[in-house]
Design a protein. Sequence first.
Length: 286
Amino acid sequence: MTRLDQPTLTGDDEVVEDFPVPAPLAGHGPARVIAMCNQKGGVGKTTSTINLGASLAEYGRKVLVVDFDPQGAASVGLGINTLDMDTTIYNLLMKPRLDVREAICPTALEGLDVLPANIDLSAAEVQLVNEVARESALSRVLRPLLDDYDAILVDCQPSLGLLTVNALTAAHGVIVPVAAEFFALRGVALLVETIETVRDRINPRLKMDGIVATMVDTRTLHSREVLDRLNEAFGDLVYSTRISRTVKFPDATVATEPITTYAPTHPGAEAYRRLAREVIARGDVA
């Protein structure tokens, strides 16, 4: 684990200021709901959800990962087989009388649970259209759980459809993983506009927590230029922690566990622990 009194090295060997290891909590809850959101796929959103959640749990926080993507990648990445499950987030959205706690699956990491999803969730977007208060369906599902957790991370699907609007309506904050690539950068402005619309019309408490740069390779001019553009456009919203590109992330996915347990001393694991410390230091999670 990184020492508190020393600078830390990112995956790019850049010396940056560290954040203190957070103090233990006396109790758990109420949870802060954070939507992990980006309408562009392939930017490390699910990887960030899994590993940020695992890192927060390592620091004694009780975390629920809500898989809100019909691909079910967050569930599978945490070792949950969702193919034959009777109750997933889809059933909870469609049937308000179901007990949400019966659908929660513990993971191998203490303090980290999953509310799983599978391909059934793809039908929810169409079926919710005719429902009353359709944007608030996820808020209703999560409401009974708020006192049980410190952080609820919602892994959104890569779109700006009704499921993502549900996540933004339920959330207190948004973390946007952005790959250090030009096309990933282009979509951030549209996402920010959507967040502002949801805040103005549906969820006044919604806050843009920050942007985390993923798949960074500062050896390339392109990656450095994207980082510069991010910092110019969003300033303090950009987390100082950067997540470097490494083959260990897909390896950990195949092993169906976070990189923090698959390769606990790898720079990628240390980067997500640092991101967790930064999120806590900012006050985004208790």
